[in-house]
Structure formats: C-alpha cells, structure tokens
Design a protein around this ligand. Structure first.
Ligand SMILES: [Zn+2]
Ligand SMILES: [Zn+2]
Length: 147
C-alpha cells in the first residue's frame, strides 16, 4: 500500500484501500486472520517535509472474551494518527508497513462474548455459562479473569 508523495496535493488526499492482512505482512499474528480483509481509509496532508495521516483501519479482530476466554471474531476499528517524515527526493510512502507496525503495537479493545457472561469458576475453571460448578469454591460471578 504505497502512496506517491506528490499525489498529496495542497487540499490533501483521501485514500480508501482494502487489502488482505497478508499483503501487509500480517501473517502470524493471533489477532488477525492473514486471509481476512483490512480496510484502510486515510486522510493525508503534506506539511513541509511531513505527511500527516489520519487513518481508520477496520478489520475482523480475533480476540477472546475477557471473562470466559471464548474465542471471538469481531469487526473492530482503530483510529491512528501517524506523521511521516520524508526526504526531498523521496517518492513513495509505505502506508501499509506503518499501519502494520501500529496494529502490532496496538491493544485490542477489551471484549466480552456477551454483557452478562458469567466467566470461569475461580475454583475449578468450568465455564459457568455452560456448566454448573461442582467445586465448593465461592464464586464471584461476573468477575474478570486477570491473565
Ligand atoms: Zn464470555
Ligand atoms: Zn468451581
């Protein structure tokens, strides 16, 4: 996902690209399927030798419930603001690699499988949504697991 710097005119440039995660080298990350699509909408402004980018990335995040650890696939948006410095002779801006870096550093929002997820028993570990607890441990329903 390379942008030609001279295409960023004085009024700015808006791009709207959809790429597969693997096309920007997101191939082995737990939070995204390499075959899934990422939509990248960016507003780019050129100021002196900087490109200022406001970017919204939409993708299906592979996450798990913060309480019962069930796997979840959910559409997620991340808003990024990235400044790129460029040299006078530089022609291309590699937006994809910077988006990739930001996603690798970013933290997925906390997710719950459902608002009233009962979570796992602190004593025996059963999923209290699907099984009754057989142990005598006092549970605190609705308390989050701290990994
Ligand atoms: Zn859950
Ligand atoms: Zn239990």
């Amino acid at each position: 996902m390379k942008i030609r710097i001279r295409d960023i005119v004085s009024g700015g440039l808006r791009i709207d690209h959809t790429v597969k995660a693997q096309e920007i080298d997101l191939v082995e990350e737990e939070f995204i399927d390499p075959d899934s699509a990422l939509r990248v909408v960016a507003d780019l402004q050129k100021v002196n030798n900087f490109v200022l980018a406001k970017i919204r990335v939409t993708f299906v995040a592979e996450n798990h419930c913060a309480r019962c650890l069930e796997r979840l696939s959910r559409e997620t948006q991340m808003d990024l603001e990235i400044d790129f410095e460029f040299d006078p002779g530089e022609e291309w801006l590699d937006l994809g690699s910077r988006v990739r870096e930001e996603l690798l550093m970013g933290v997925l929002p906390r997710a719950l499988c459902r608002e009233d997820c009962k979570g796992l028993c602190q004593g025996c570990g059963v999923d209290l949504n699907t099984e009754p607890c057989e142990c005598k441990a006092p549970h605190k329903a609705g308390q989050d697991n701290k990994e």
